[in-house]
Write a protein that binds this ligand. Structure first.
Ligand SMILES: [Zn+2]
Length: 288
């Protein structure tokens, strides 16, 4: 990739479980490729692949429990995930690469707690909350994160997987979470959705045909310092791939800037104030 910066890789667990044709066994998860070839992804092969990729942060191979899940399903799944975690740790040979454990437990507080105890008894470089952002909705997500994050060690990175929306990021940060990942900034960009401080805008809307402002007036990213909304809309109208590239560049810069502002607010002990102000401005013109 020619990317001389940190690389985080997922274990493949989430990706396998999102497939239709798969079976979960004690050895690992078996799935069929589009060409009909059967592949078994195990804790050992997942860690082997992640080590070979030169990943800096590798994720343990787990089952991302779908929502909703019964208590019985959840219990069977987390017990297996914990056995898999031990196998991941045994397969992990390069201490320069960090292995993070993943706390599952679906929507059940007692299982989330059990998972924290089980996963965090292993002295790992960081810990994640998995199994959110799987269709449970923002209220459940907040319930799970606000219950689980405070139970996890504060001196290690706490990572919520697959989040998200700016509103959800502010929620997880408020609960002490340090890291997250999401496809939203780039996936939305490819469809022409631009994140701004005054909410999301759809750049292909007629409103922007003769709008000669940048995507976000005070943004210092490459896109905003060089191009107008009108031009970016023109690129989308013409199916020119540069449009998607320019909006992607802006959206990522906007997310990085949002986290920078939040970090500053935390250091100055005014995070809740920052959150309120941000959400007021962000939601105010969401309909634009
Ligand atoms: Zn920008």
């Amino acid at each position: 990739m020619a990317w001389n910066r940190p690389i985080l890789t997922d274990s493949g667990g989430f990706q396998v479980f999102s497939l239709k044709r798969k079976s979960i066994k004690e050895e690992g998860a078996e799935f069929t490729t589009p060409k009909g070839k059967k592949i078994l992804l195990s804790p050992e092969s997942s860690i082997g692949i992640q080590q070979n990729l030169g990943s800096d942060i590798m994720m343990a191979f787990d089952e991302c429990i779908p929502y909703p899940a019964t208590e019985k399903y959840t219990k069977n799944s987390i017990d297996r995930t914990h056995r898999w975690l031990k196998r991941c740790i045994d397969a992990w040979t390069n201490p320069k690469q960090s292995l993070f454990g993943i706390v599952q437990g679906s929507t059940y507080d007692h299982y989330r707690k059990e998972c924290v105890e089980e996963v965090c008894q292993h002295d790992l470089p960081g810990y994640a909350i998995g199994g959110v952002s799987v269709g449970e909705g923002p209220e459940w997500m907040e319930k799970i994160v606000s219950y689980t994050a405070p139970l996890m060690p504060k001196d290690k990175p706490r990572y919520v997987m697959g989040v998200g929306n700016p509103e959800d990021l502010l929620m997880i940060w408020e609960n002490g979470v340090d890291m997250s990942d999401c496809i939203i900034p780039t996936k939305f960009a490819r469809g022409g959705t631009v994140f701004t401080n005054r909410g999301k805008i759809r750049i292909n809307h007629q409103n922007y045909r003769r709008d000669f402002f940048p995507l976000e007036p005070n943004c210092s990213c490459y896109t905003c310092t060089n191009f107008t909304r009108s031009y970016v809309k023109h690129l989308f109208d013409s199916n020119e791939i540069l449009g998607a590239i320019l909006v992607t560049t802006h959206n990522i810069a906007w997310y990085v800037d949002l986290s920078r502002r939040a970090r500053q607010a935390i250091l100055e002990d005014r995070f809740l104030e920052f959150k309120k102000e941000f959400l007021e401005e962000y939601s105010g013109s969401n309909k634009k």
